[in-house]
Design a protein around this ligand. Sequence first.
Ligand code: F0G
Length: 462
Amino acid sequence: MNPVADKTKIESRLRCIGCGTIIDHADQNFRCGNCGDLFEVFFPSWADEASRKAAGIDAGALKKLWLSRRSSFLPKDTSGVWRFREMLPALNPGQEPITLREGNTPLYELPGCARAAGVDSLLAKHQGMNPTASFKDTGMTTAASFARQEGFRWVACASTGNTSASMAAYAARGGMRSLVLIPEGKISWGKLSQSLDYGAVTCQLRTDFDGCVRVLNEVVKRMPVYLLNSVNPYRLEGQKTAAIELLEQLAWQTPDHIMVPGGNLGNSSALGKALLEMKELGLSARLPKLSVIQAEGANPFVRSIREHGGKTLTPVEADTFATAIRIGNPASWKKALRAIQSTGGTVEQVGEVEIASAKAEIGADGVGCEPASAVTLAGLKRLVKQGFVNSRESVVLILTGHGLKDPEFTLKFHRGDLFTGTRDEKAARVLASQQRAPIVLDANVDSVIRTLQQFDQADSGR
Ligand code: F0G
């Protein structure tokens, strides 16, 4: 593709995933007026080989162009999302994106976790290393930029905490007001504090995430408010770039498996869309299997597939310590279904003790993540045992949120009281060897040295 194509608008349109209706401008609830289903962005010039040729799309040239932007200091080149702008719907000429230099996240090796899971090697793409410490920033930069372009003064979302933190930041950067609806008492303090800091009008509703979504859907019908939940297809376009950046980091060698946590199922949908588009455009030679992992207590997608063959989804009352994915009625389940089916992936669910253990294992490799991200490792362990993942296959975990997002979980885990009074209390005893409670000592040298020696002895006895 011609690098100066930059200044021309990349043609994209919206297509309903249910009835195929094609439009250029969605209603405020981002639902199809005909059938009520969701829209996705599509690029007419990618439709077939002939149109791709006519549009000058050349995989090799794109790879070079994206790499060359790494030596540029322009904001839209230093953003790890807009660097891949040929894969995104374009803003109008003259419009600059709202960017906090999102994306550009590291790919880490996790040797201890690989051993624990029974695979030869294991990589983690850490989307928690984004400006507001979750993957949401990659989608917020695109959708918030479209909100501003359309002239909205208010943006809004319902959230389990990360979307709201991200939206509040991008709204502030873009000079817009933001309205956050979160379930009272069910999100981490760290995430709540972020949305306050970035100046959002933050409403804690006495309901769960799904209840917040219901309220917000009515609000956007009655007020000129731009909806920034992941039903907004421009969010998913930005989130696609995590998969593009991942393949670039792997020198365009596709891994065998990618594991992603599933909540509202926007992220798995976005990653799946990117994988399919990269294959279609010749950027990658094959598809990795994309698998979605849910918490057992918030497993509507797993149940939909296991109990109804993915034909319907029955909402559940969600409950899990991984509050980010405490979601019972995921909006994007049909898109996520297509992502796993077209890549040959699967779904798995994991229990609370498995999640806590996996999070500590990731931590012990020197990489912090929030509980919702750790379902990926817990799920991988199950999929290795079941033989779905072979020990020699290459696997990438998508870590969605930073370890400091939910320090209360981590502290309770290490102090040993995370599961006190829960039905997992007994099962959680297996976690004792992973717990590292802080040690309170008198302020003298001998007691510190004694402690050191005790640990030395324990280590040499292993
Ligand atoms: N991991 C983290 C850390 C999350 O915050 C979320 C979703 C997910 C995984 C699941 O991603 O919804 O695209 O399937 N958090 C949302 C929020 C819902 O409001 O912050 P998903």
